[in-house]
Design a protein around this ligand. Structure first.
Ligand code: C2O
Ligand code: CU
Length: 465
């Protein structure tokens, strides 16, 4: 991969796109689920964990026997997982060893504006930046990814994404599964050229769709599980695909957390819709299964075998005797938001006069213009109105919101926790209430269908004192 390929937001391999044939026929459940390495701090001075990451080219073996060129944090895909603890700040020194600008956004984090990875705050090739994360918010599954303006569809697709698991004492008090029973799962759909390289092309203005689901960088893997309860933490790191997850045997799963951490109460679910950039944490109980059972996790919205099979759980004989308490009561109390002092409507739309451009309230991204100036500590009602036939996963940097109302039906109990991304459905009007805490400064909000965000579907807000 050369830097020049991504200096434009057009696809690097347009001609290859149409002639695509799979490098190998789709065969699910061949590989064991890989778990991304956990990054070790280089120092832990004065209660601060310091990490060092190189952003660089790498090679991944995704299809057996093939080399797939990637961009990777530490050269791997997915990037290494960072495990942080509430109350203990971390500093991540990111060194850009790519041939083009890069930067890092901690998605879902309460992060000072300077460290947020604003699309215009980039790390030049050969330079480093120390991202400081206060880790003052409640436990949540966050993630980090590239955010250089106009090329996130490329850089995330080629591998610049990793998970950042912030924990606190509630996880332990509630007895939620820990260690190997607490499994981060990054979903992303891809396509391949015959030589095993990722193919990125075709219809990209509307949002890329691959024909193969990768979980932690492996094609529909299998995971050996004991007869125990697992905490499965899903991140949808796809460019533009949503997944509708369902266990093959129809068993229910217990959702305990969403983007911003724990829900007030666990919610039983038979299907779980997860849009780009969202996180969903599920407890799955394998105690009732006979050893040897194979349970497929499906994407029931998939349109082909490769986009239907997410992964498979193979139950082995271990476990089964441990005492587990499944949380049933209140897990947390969500803070009450201040009364909203403004209300805004954002129409989401496509603009095609000079090539495809996406718009929010008829505006496209302009780094020199601030679109909203809320006061620190205040809140507003934001109405997302989506007349298009695409899902727009709308994301707000640096702060969180709650979903207040949806024109498509009641707000599902699993959507009532803290959120940083909402999949606004075709034809839907969804009202959310952002709370402008805890930092002042300039942030962006945008569509997380990456091709839309890159094509200007992004505005700026500045939180003022
Ligand atoms: Cu994960 Cu601005 O995004
Ligand atoms: Cu969009």
């Amino acid at each position: 991969l050369r830097g020049s390929e991504v200096t434009k937001s057009s696809a690097p391999a347009t001609s290859a796109g149409r002639r695509f044939q799979a490098a190998s026929p789709f065969t699910p459940f061949q590989r064991d689920l890989p778990i991304p390495p956990v990054l070790a701090p280089v120092s832990t001075r004065n209660g601060v964990d310091v990490y060092s990451v190189d952003i660089k080219d790498g090679i991944a073996e995704i299809l057996p026997g093939f080399e797939t060129p990637i961009y990777g944090y530490e050269g791997v895909y997915p990037g290494p997982t960072i495990r942080a603890v509430k109350g203990r700040p971390s500093v991540v020194r990111q060194t850009n060893k790519l041939g083009f600008d890069s930067n890092v956004h901690l998605h879902g984090g309460y992060v000072p504006a300077k460290h947020d990875g604003h699309p215009m705050d980039v790390i030049l090739p050969g330079k480093s930046f120390d991202y400081t994360y206060p880790n003052e918010q409640d436990a949540a599954m966050l993630w980090y990814h590239d955010h250089a303006h106009g090329r996130t569809a490329h850089t995330l697709y080629y591998g610049l994404a990793g998970m950042y698991l912030l924990s606190d004492e509630r996880d332990v008090e509630l007895g939620l599964p820990q260690d190997e029973y607490d499994v981060p799962l990054m979903l992303a759909d891809h396509a391949f050229n015959k030589d095993g390289s990722f193919r990125y092309a075709e219809n990209v203005d509307l949002g890329f769709r691959g024909d193969t689901i990768l979980v932690n960088g492996a094609v529909s893997p299998r995971m050996t599980v004991q007869r125990r309860i697992y905490r499965l933490r899903f991140l949808n790191a796809s460019n533009a695909r949503s997944y509708n997850l369902k266990l093959g045997n129809g068993r229910t799963m217990l959702q305990v957390a969403s983007d911003g951490g724990l829900l007030e109460k666990p919610v039983s679910r038979s299907t779980v819709l997860i849009h780009p950039a969202e996180r969903v944490e599920l407890l799955v109980d394998f105690r009732g299964f006979r050893p040897g059972s194979e349970i497929v996790l499906q994407n029931i919205d998939g349109e082909s075998p490769g986009t239907k099979s997410v992964m498979r759980f193979d139950v082995e004989s271990g476990g089964g005797a441990e005492e587990f308490v499944i949380p049933t009561g209140r897990m947390r109390t969500l803070e009450k938001l201040p009364a909203p002092n403004a209300s805004r409507r954002w129409d989401l739309g496509l603009f095609t006069q000079s090539g495809v451009q996406w718009r929010i309230a008829e505006r496209g991204f302009n780094p020199d213009r601030i679109d909203v100036r809320p006061r620190l500590g205040s809140s507003e009602l934001w109405q997302w109105h989506n007349p298009s036939n695409r899902v727009h996963p709308m994301h707000l940097h640096g702060m969180l919101f709650r979903i207040v109302e949806r024109s498509t039906g009641v707000v599902h109990p699993a959507d009532r926790g803290w959120k940083d991304t909402i999949g606004v459905l075709p034809g839907e009007t969804a009202t959310v209430q952002p709370w402008f805490i805890p930092h002042t400064g300039r942030y962006v909000f945008h569509c997380h269908a990456l091709e839309h965000g890159d094509k200007a579907m992004m505005l700026q807000l500045e939180v003022e004192k």
